[in-house]
Design a protein. Structure first.
Length: 490
């Protein structure tokens, strides 16, 4: 048996039962996850999964079914079930399904990587984490140290009734750590290189080596402890400078989610899931200042983001779509069955599924803000700020279901006075309205300060699918922002 046999069995079974279209994904996945907590093993898992998801159109409606049974009878039974589901769905369809045309592709692609992470032993993985853990706890006042390391190998074979035959392999590596300091009734936390697990990219083990985990551990521990003696972030209107990781999350929540066309069209509304970006706003809404240029870019040229691939899960090639162009709202994330709703002749290739047993849905790829075209260093950004707050590393976020009103907190901040970084500030936060906020951006650092961050835990749909997205950003400044209300009274 080959994967091609599985594809032929599914396609033939679906066609013989009257499906007008069929595609399928055979997915072979392996994942390793390790963590430590205060010098002890926190978690260790190594899992494998193999199965197929079959998607069909029958009577003008979608049907989907999945199975781990890769025998011929198992595949044919599952394809028949998908057709039955499509026929049942057609009884309640509200409009005719229109698939944007797409070519057939035959291709084989693998994430560029240098070191296969699964060839590094678990013992070596844990030895590194324990060394970092010990370095964090060596700082007096650190009461909890947590480290983590995760690898994923995701291999997929895609076949469709239009003739596509695509094989893709993705390697994903993620690592990071956090130091907590408990004192009195207050907890302070510092994370490296980012919160919520650290940094994740489509790379091999070389990412772990690049991040210099041990070298930064003591500094992170010292900052966590120092926050207890820091002054409370002041409340009022200030200019704020966001580091690239916090700006990446700002993009995720206030740009990435509202541009998902299924949310806009009312097809998806889970997890604060509609959008203020109604269809009448396309190419009309002033989203931000002229400095705000955001792309949805899944191409390899953009970098090793968690939203990078060669083809999406509908067999559509990766593309770069301008989302905000010099402040003007110019694009959504679409699929083959939603492209026509915005007058497009083709999907821009954003359909992805968490695994073989989940139906593909519109997901963020790499939603990134372009760096400034003019040379601007971080030091120059600060020196041109008279009265502000520099905020670093996300701690909390809240945003309404239309993705319009938001509030974010960060782990640490620094006062900016007269163009210089001053005292450390604890519990920094800021809030605003999406379009007002992006229309207050007046400076962004250049390419040398741009980082492509990975968000591995974006949830969407029911049953929930957890996917990885990428967000590239340079540090940027926003004028006259409301600061300090989230932790008022702490």
């Amino acid at each position: 048996m080959s994967m091609k046999h599985i594809g032929d069995w599914a396609l033939n079974a679906a066609e013989s039962r009257g499906a007008s279209y069929c595609d399928l994904r055979v997915v072979d996945e392996r994942a390793r996850s390790l963590s430590t907590k205060n010098g002890k093993l926190g978690n260790a898992s190594d899992s494998e999964s193999l199965g197929v998801g079959i998607r069909v159109i029958a009577n003008g409606a979608w049907g989907f079914a999945a199975t781990e049974d890769l025998t011929q009878s198992g595949i044919e039974t599952t394809a028949a079930r998908a057709v039955d589901i499509a026929r049942a769905s057609s009884r309640v369809k509200q409009h005719e399904l229109r698939l944007a045309p797409e070519k057939a592709y035959k291709d084989d692609w693998t994430t560029p990587y240098q070191i296969d992470p699964f060839k590094i032993s678990v013992e070596d993985n844990l030895d590194l984490l324990m060394r970092v853990d010990a370095a964090l706890r060596s700082v007096d006042g650190v009461t909890l140290a947590e480290t983590s390391l995760s690898f994923r190998r995701y291999e997929q074979w895609y076949y469709s009734s239009i003739g596509s035959d695509i094989h893709q392999v993705k390697y994903i590596t993620g690592t990071g750590y956090a130091a907590y300091a408990f004192a009195g009734t207050e907890i302070q936390k510092r994370s490296y290189p980012n919160s919520y697990g650290g940094q994740y990219q489509n790379k091999g083990y070389e990412l772990v080596q690049e991040l210099k985990l041990e070298e930064n551990a003591r500094r992170i521990g010292e900052e966590a402890v120092a926050l207890h003696k820091a002054d409370q972030c002041p409340e009022g209107k200030f200019d704020i400078v966001l580091d690239s990781s916090q700006l990446g999350l700002q993009i995720h929540e206030s740009v990435g989610h509202p541009i998902e066309l299924d949310r806009v069209l009312g097809m998806e509304a889970n997890f604060a899931g509609t959008s203020f970006l109604t269809l009448d706003k396309l190419r009309k809404l002033r989203y931000g200042t002229d400095l705000v240029n955001v792309d949805a870019d899944a191409t390899l040229q953009h970098g090793p983001g968690l939203g990078t691939f060669k083809y999406d899960d509908e067999g559509v090639p990766a593309q770069c779509t301008p989302i905000i162009s010099k402040g003007l709202f110019t694009g959504y994330l679409s699929s083959r069955d939603t492209a026509a709703d915005i007058g497009e002749q083709r999907s821009n290739g954003t359909m992805r599924a968490e695994g073989w047993n989940r139906v593909p849905m519109i997901r963020m790829t790499n939603i990134s803000i372009r760096p400034g075209e003019k040379p601007l260093s971080f030091d120059e950004l600060v020196s041109s700020t008279d009265n502000g707050v520099y905020m670093q590393t996300n701690r909390s976020w809240s945003i309404d279901d239309k993705r319009y009103n938001f509030q974010f907190g960060t782990e640490i901040g620094w006062e900016i006075k007269g163009g210089k970084l001053g005292r450390m500030l604890k519990n920094p936060s800021y809030s605003g309205i999406t379009t007002e906020f992006w229309n207050s951006m007046d400076a962004i650092c250049s390419r040398d300060y741009w980082t492509l961050w990975g968000t591995p835990n974006c949830g969407k749909g029911q049953p929930m699918q957890v996917m990885g997205t990428g967000h590239g950003a340079s540090p940027a400044r926003f004028k006259n922002v409301k600061v300090g209300t989230a932790y008022k009274g702490n």
